[in-house]
Design a protein around this ligand. Structure first.
Ligand code: ATR
Length: 296
């Protein structure tokens, strides 16, 4: 299977190794070509890779082109339409460009299937209101979650995010001071603060003993958010590796590969690709290129 990853930059991305690893599980050779492009050439590159004589089977779109990818689609899945952002592109049999968004599903699948977390009747603090938060909110609202409290550095952006969903009874916007005093069943850090070694606004003073803390960013070792969660003695602390693996699984299965098993892949990838194979210099370079957050 031949895919391309289009973004800027893409050189440090671990996504090709992750997809290759997932393919190996079902004895399929999955090759992901990295395509670094400038914004003015983005549409041409997509058309070139999907519509040339030997087209790719699919394209993975990463920062900063997810909104542009959304704009150029002829057909959208429900998830992409809701998120107004696209990270997977395919060509239909009739030659239409079809966009999907796997961000939120990747995170929710990881929690439900790999971590064994049940969102039923739970309260969630969702930190952030950007593209990643939108995909995650959409998927969380598809679970039996009781309520999602959104806290973001800019409250207007949080209001804007909430207003695009119909389930208003399940969503509240809260200020940093309110969040500090509350107790949540789970906290999802969907900001990009960890990429800059910052903690997001709105962290509560105390955690419930069985609280799940999930950072969409992945890196070798702990993110600042996961370090904070460990200090606060959260029972479950996870980063975005599982989300990225689950996203890959969703896309590859959609492209026709047999069902893959994620748990061992996540463990192997966390140990082998993300930690051992990335030395400090590579990691610091990747940090400076914001490339450790493919799930967004
Ligand atoms: P993405 O598509 O990765 O979500 P984005 O749309 O730029 O990227 O959104 C980034 C999110 O991280 C936003 O919620 C942003 O907060 P603002 O809306 O106030 O800008 C949040 N964010 C980024 N850096 C942050 C930081 N250092 N502290 C807190 N929040 C941060």
């Amino acid at each position: 299977m031949q895919l391309a990853l289009i973004g800027n930059p893409v050189s440090h991305s671990k996504l090709p190794e992750i997809y290759q690893f997932l393919g190996q599980q079902v004895k399929k050779n999955v090759v992901v070509e990295r395509v670094h492009t400038e914004e003015v050439h983005f549409y041409d590159e997509v058309n070139k890779y999907l519509k040339c004589e030997t087209p790719k089977d699919g394209l993975v779109i990463t920062v900063p082109f997810k909104e542009k990818a959304y704009e150029m689609c002829d057909v959208l899945t429900e998830h992409a339409a809701k998120a107004k952002s696209v990270n997977c592109l395919t060509l239909t049999d009739t030659g239409l460009i079809c966009g999907d968004n796997t961000d939120g599903r990747g995170m929710v699948h990881d929690c439900q299937e790999n971590i064994g977390y049940d969102f039923k009747n739970k309260t969630c603090l969702l930190l952030g209101a950007g593209g990643a938060a939108k995909g995650i909110l959409s998927s969380l609202l598809h679970t039996s979650i009781e309520h999602v409290f959104i806290c973001n550095r800019s409250t207007d952006r949080a209001k804007n995010l909430a207003s695009s969903f119909s389930n208003q009874d399940k969503i509240s916007i809260i200020e940093e001071a309110e969040a500090k005093k509350m107790h949540f069943d789970c906290i999802v850090n969907a900001t990009s603060a960890s990429l800059r070694e910052d903690l997001p606004q709105g962290l509560p003073d105390r955690l419930k003993s069985d609280c799940l803390c999930y950072d969409v960013v992945y890196k070798a070792g702990d993110t600042v958010f996961s370090k904070w969660a460990k200090v606060k003695k959260a029972s479950y602390v996870h980063s975005g590796v599982g989300m990225l693996v689950e996203q890959g699984k969703i896309f590859l299965e959609k492209l026709g590969l047999p069902e893959m098993e994620s748990r061992s892949a996540i463990k192997e990838l966390a140990d082998r690709i993300l930690v051992k194979k990335m030395n400090d210099t590579e990691f610091n370079e990747a940090m400076s290129h914001n490339m450790l957050c493919e799930g967004k």
